[in-house]
Design a binder for this molecule. Sequence first.
Ligand code: NZQ
Ligand code: ZN
Length: 390
Amino acid sequence: MRDFVYYTPTEVVFGRKSEDSLIPLLNKYGAGKVLIHYGGGSAVRSGLIPKIKAMLDSAGLPWVELGGVVPNPHLSLVYEGIKLCRKERVDFILAVGGGSVIDSAKGIAYGIRYDGDVWDFFDGKAAPKDSAPVGVVLTIPASGSEMSDSCVLTNTEKGQKRGCNSNFCRCRFAIMNPERTLTLPDFQTACGITDIMMHSMERYFTPDAPMPITDSLCEGLMRDVRVTGEKLMADPHNYELRASIMWSGSLAHNGLTGCGVRFDFGTHRLEHELSTMYGVAHGAGLAALWCHWAKYVMAENPSRFRSFAIKVMDIPDGPEAARRGIDAMRDFYRRIGMPTSIPELIGRKATREEIETMADRCSRGGTFTVGAFKVLGRPEMIDIYTKANE
Ligand code: NZQ
Ligand code: ZN
């Protein structure tokens, strides 16, 4: 077991009435003036944004708003948010939405406490030392950003999607009302299920020795998300299933399922290049890549894949169990409507040039590796993209 720090400071308020806690939470965490930050309109149409504005008005809490966050959020809107918050003397960012809105909010929160260019934190020129406080009203379970230490932004000018990890950006609170997820299109629900499972799979496929308690938590979560996720796709208005998936999304990425082991996150890194190149949904990109990654790296430690097959995918033990577990995952993705290859993801094959560009970006011109279960450099990245492109 490796040494580790487990830090999850986010106050979670979960359930049908959780939004009633918004004003007490904003007061508790010192909000003087709030930026209400949201996406392309789903939270306006559902009535959530008008409700939040009315709550802040009746509490006498001043606010300004900035909508328009797109999936795979852009740095340009973060710059706009930083400017607005400075001008309006905003001291608290309230993200109302999913991972894209939360990450955009985290980017703004970093930026208003930093004199330089906030992108410095994403291209490794500087490390964050502070952040304004962020709170969340979550509308889609997927990214786990509501409890994670991560912020992922896309710099469209440079063609780069990069993450920055630090405890400064951890949300002060997360309000999670599963009823808010009832309006999700099936595709987004499935993308969320895929991403949630992947956040624990990225921790499970580790080069380190198994750590029994972490393994049990991780296997239990992955198995439950698989079983519950499939039930949810068939019964999308079921509150209990929505609630279970929503809570799994936070637990899968708050560090709990990876204590004491190194993470892989290679599939995530490869996927970020698909999102940047084609603008695809993160969860769908992961589904298009994972089985190809898994077959490529399995020889590093087949017994890990065997455990995954038996304990997560319910495959009977036997000589072919490891490979059958990967196939079972592929079939699961298909059943919930996810793509399992690049052509299924983007509607055509990627060109050789696109594959090389993605590998160049991911490996930062061949100077950077990803993954830990098997370390991947530029040639291995090209191999995996090529397999996924068949
Ligand atoms: O923009 P609106 O109109 O709100 O529509 C959104 C968006 O189109 C819609 N949506 C959200 N809640 C809804 C809803 N539609 C109907 N009803 C609702 N209740 O769903 C679409 C996707 O939203 P988005 O926020 O993009 O999804 P997700 O939560 O999957 O976030 C994806 C982003 O998070 C990053 C991804 O890379 C991607 O940029 N990630 C962030 C992580 C982190 N910070 O820890 C970790 C992840 O691995 C991931 O990389
Ligand atoms: Zn993810």
